[in-house]
Design a protein around this ligand. Sequence first.
Ligand code: GLY
Length: 341
Amino acid sequence: MEEITLHGSRILVGERAGNLSRYLPRGRVIAITNPVVRACHAALLAPYETIEMGDGEAHKTLETVDRLAGELVARGADRDTFILGVGGGIACDVAGFVASIFMRGCPFGFVPTTLLAQVDASVGGKNGVNYRGFKNMLGVFAQPRVVLCDPGLLRTLDPRVYAAGFAEIVKAAMIADASLFEYLERHAGEAARQDAGVLERVVSVSIKIKAAIVAADERERGARRLLNLGHTFAHAIEKCSRLSHGEAVSVGLCMASRLSVRLGLMSEAERERVTGLLAALSLPARVEVPLPELFAATRADKKKSGDRLHVILPVGIGRSEARVLPFAELERLFTGLNGEV
Ligand code: GLY
């Protein structure tokens, strides 16, 4: 077990969920989860009062927040009640948001039950919901007290949901750690089979990369923007396709890599290593979305600034940088790629 700290958060990687109570306060704990997670992890949730929300992105809304807050009021929760988000990224984001605004803020923590939530959604302090078609448009920065990442919880995951988490791990490697990228290339098979040692190592290294970036720039004024590698395109892809967030990030990483090749920031051989690693981890490199549709959705992304797009581009493998590209330039660069996404 390894403990990583980030602005008061204790992030426990490799700790067993059975030891959860050791890390929670003695007082009242209310878990927020969904029926799918509850069915898979009944023993974990059994000791706690539980409130359910729906499963899936469609439930990451103010209506869900309203309903959960109503439940907390009805149950007499107060500012000392500890809110425990148990589930994937959506459950954690919504639980963290509700906890942060309920009575101006209750202590909260997460037990992420997907790989994506363990390496990304539960770490970093951004909590929020989608609003009027915009992803994560309403939210707060507030750090969970504790995040318990137990690799054993991932065994019940659908293989496609499990694989999606690797997109964020590959992203972390592309941003900051060429040796993590190489390790993943050598151990993709074991990672896919949930080899405990490999999984714990890549989860822990990936969280440390994110934690170091967030520690330096919690409010996303500078360095934290690097964590958006692949995400501006991914958010648009999620709107225009049936891909999950992690799968869309995978395609977004490939798109950003192709832009980097066009701009001379990355070699073609490096780009092929990116698509090769993602493929070895059962992740997609492309999606059937017409470019005009994708650009329209990208323009609508909240990170746009007038006619220009803030985009993070890989520089080789293990480093990335922020660029501002005019949309016209972006469209020209992609059109030069035969209009394929
Ligand atoms: N909660 C996810 C993040 O802060 O990035």
